[in-house]
Design a protein around this ligand. Structure first.
Ligand SMILES: Nc1ncnc2c1ncn2[C@@H]1O[C@H](COP(=O)(O)OP(=O)(O)OP(=O)(O)O)[C@@H](O)[C@H]1O
Ligand SMILES: [Mg+2]
Length: 135
C-alpha cells in the first residue's frame, strides 16, 4: 500500500500527532483558494509516490497567493522519476530546526517490523532496497 504525504498526515492528525496544516489541490485554482485561506507562507508540495521531490524541484516555498498559483501550475505539469504529479499539497511553512528520517519497514526474513532512524534522508532505505529488492 502506498500513501501520499497528505494521506499520511491525515492519519497522523487523526491520532493526535502534531503535523502542519495542509490541504490538497488538483488544479492551480484550488491551490490558490487554499493559499487565500492560509494567508501566509506555504509550501507547494508534489504528491507522488517517491522521495527526492524537493531535489527534483517539486517542493517550493511560496510567500504570496500568486506564487502558489504559479508553482502549482508548474509542479502539476511535472513528472518526478517518471511519475506524473496529479496533486499538490499546500502546507503551512514551518521554521524547521532539525530534520530527521524515521521509517518503519518490514524485515521479511525476520517477519518483523524494523524501525530506522537517521539524521539524513531516505537514501539508507534506498540502499537497503537495492541490496534486498524484496524489502
Ligand atoms: N511544511 C514545511 N515547511 C517548511 N519547509 C518545508 C515543509 N515541507 C517541506 N519543507 C522543505 O522542503 C524540503 C523537501 O520536502 P520533503 O523533505 O518533504 O520532500 P522529499 O520528497 O523528502 O524531498 P527531498 O528528498 O528533496 O528532501 C524539506 O527538506 C524541507 O526543507
Ligand atoms: Mg526530504
Amino acid at each position: 500500500m502506498n500513501l501520499h504525504e497528505y494521506q499520511a498526515k491525515e492519519i497522523m492528525r487523526k491520532y493526535g500527532l502534531p503535523v502542519q496544516e495542509g490541504k490538497v489541490a488538483t488544479t492551480p485554482e484550488e491551490a490558490e483558494k487554499i493559499a487565500m485561506e492560509y494567508n501566509g507562507c506555504v509550501m507547494v508540495k508534489a504528491q507522488v509516490h517517491t522521495g527526492g521531490r524537493g531535489k527534483a524541484g517539486g517542493v517550493k516555498y511560496a510567500e504570496t497567493v500568486d506564487e502558489v498559483k504559479n508553482y502549482s501550475t508548474s509542479i502539476l505539469a511535472m513528472k518526478i522519476k517518471n511519475l506524473p504529479v496529479k496533486k499538490v499539497l499546500i502546507a503551512k511553512a514551518v521554521d524547521i530546526k532539525k530534520e530527521y528520517y524515521l521509517a518503519v519497514i518490514m524485515d521479511r526474513d525476520k517477519k518483523f517490523p524494523l524501525v530506522m532512524a537517521s539524521r539524513e534522508g531516505g537514501w539508507i532505505l534506498k540502499r537497503l532496497q537495492e541490496r534486498n529488492p524484496r524489502q
